[in-house]
Design a protein around this ligand. Structure first.
Ligand code: HEC
Ligand code: HEC
Length: 380
């Protein structure tokens, strides 16, 4: 009897200890929160969906996925394509006119089909609450839950024939077989089982870290450097109505993002055929020919310009605002000088405005290794 009690006791102790050791071998899912540091003077309202909080592990994984050509769902060298194929860090995460694969900077997808619009940069996206894309098709209150945020851009990029032309099941299955990735997904999302939703979440987290706030103009605002006389004159022109009159739509005056993230018809055309303008989203006739007033940060390196890439250089853009503005029923009322065909700048004023625009280039952003291609992929 005594013997039996002793055996039972031993069994209980054994069960208890094994259950303890079992518990301690399961790594708890505890990702580390990633704090976005809000640069001086930047808005404090951030667009981070509640179901995708920023974590260090998520951002790390997102960076791998952003750069990994196997995002195409394929492994053949000729069919690799990732976000970074088009969104290049050295061009403020646009293609740039010097992209080796896309002459003139107008990209095309894996199938050779060109994208319907020119590119947008991936920069300071976390402050955009009004809509991503030239016409703002992805916005937080969209009744369509699959069209609300950067997470959804990832799915769209994966599927679009003019981008990756992929298949979300094939893509997630491929990453499932690449050594190292399942473990990274576990750290970031608590499961080794890869889902396309988590692929989108990770890439979106990385995208939200792409913050540019150290241009010459920022340094000037912090009192660290002086602007030249020409740059200061250009800033004056940018922010005055009887000068260049740019600030209503592109910020710059108490708005360090250099975009309002809003949509305007800035007077380039009189006839509107594009089925992907702002009208396509709102159905409001006043939105014919309206597009996002894209940020002017790093604009120097992100040509060609406008949603259709019609201008190759910033000089051409300034000439347009100076004398090329056309009236139409839906032109933005903020194009105050349309009756004169534009703001009519002198050659000196154009040169000053251009030198000011050059102060918005942020080289640190475009070379920061944290945003660059990882040295090695998880399986290397
Ligand atoms: C084939 C080239 C190409 C690839 C690959 C690509 N993009 Fe883009 N991206 C574009 C173009 C073109 C636009 C402008 C789209 C529009 O609004 O018409 C864009 C726009 C965006 C925007 C909107 C930016 C803004 O300010 O509104 C985001 C975000 C974005 N892409 C993220 C991604 C992500 C993430 C990936 C990878 C999953 C990706 N893109 C892959 C070409 C590409
Ligand atoms: C009424 C609002 C408005 C005003 C005023 C305005 N812009 Fe724009 N800007 C826009 C819109 C909208 C776009 C995008 C239009 C498109 O793609 O068709 C744009 C595009 C641009 C682009 C190209 C962006 C890119 O990524 O391709 C540059 C550069 C630019 N504007 C500079 C200026 C300058 C300089 C001024 C002042 C001389 C100015 N803008 C005044 C609304 C405005």
């Amino acid at each position: 009897m005594k013997n039996l009690t002793a055996k039972l006791l031993l069994l209980i102790i054994l069960m208890w200890t094994t259950s303890c050791t079992n518990k301690s071998t399961v790594t708890p899912y505890e990702p580390t929160p990633y704090e976005i540091e809000i640069p001086f003077g930047f808005p404090t309202k951030l667009n981070i969906p509640e179901n995708n909080p920023m974590t260090i592990e998520g951002v790390e994984l997102g960076r791998y996925l952003f750069y990994d050509g196997r995002f195409s769902g394929r492994t053949h060298p000729d069919s690799l394509m990732s976000c970074a194929t088009c969104h290049r860090q050295e061009r403020s995460f646009e293609a740039g006119v010097d992209h080796p694969g896309f002459p003139g900077g107008f990209p095309h997808g894996i199938t050779g089909i060109p994208t319907p619009h020119a590119m947008l940069p991936m920069i300071n996206l976390v402050w955009n609450t009004t809509g991503y894309g030239w016409n703002g098709l992805l916005y937080p209150t969209n009744p369509n839950p699959d069209a609300r945020n950067i997470e959804d851009f990832v799915r769209m990029a994966a599927l679009a024939p003019h981008e990756v032309n992929g298949d979300t099941t094939r893509i997630k299955n491929l990453f499932q077989t690449i050594p190292g990735y399942p473990e990274l997904f576990e750290k970031a999302f608590g499961s080794k089982l890869i889902t396309f939703t988590n692929i989108g979440k990770a890439i979106a987290q990385f995208a939200r870290t792409l913050i540019s706030a150290n241009s010459k103009f920022d340094q000037y605002m912090h009192g660290e450097v002086q602007l030249s006389q020409s740059e200061l004159n250009g800033y004056m022109l940018f922010t005055t109505e009887d000068g260049g009159d740019c600030f209503h739509c592109h910020g710059g005056f108490g708005n360090p993002l250099f975009t309002t993230h809003l949509f305007y018809n800035n007077g380039k055309d009189t006839v509107f055929n594009d089925i992907r303008d702002r009208f396509a989203i709102t159905g409001d006739p006043m939105d014919h020919g309206a597009y996002k007033a894209a940020t002017l940060r790093n604009i120097e390196v992100t040509g060609p310009y406008m949603h259709d890439g019609r201008f190759a250089t910033i000089e051409e853009v300034i000439d347009f605002y100076s004398t090329g503005v056309l009236s139409s029923p839906s032109i933005s009322p903020l194009m105050h000088h349309v009756n004169n065909g534009g703001v009519r700048l002198t050659p000196q004023e154009k040169a000053d405005l251009l030198s000011f625009i050059h102060t918005l280039r942020d080289d640190e952003f475009m070379t920061n290794p944290k945003f660059g291609k990882p040295e090695k992929f998880p399986d290397e």
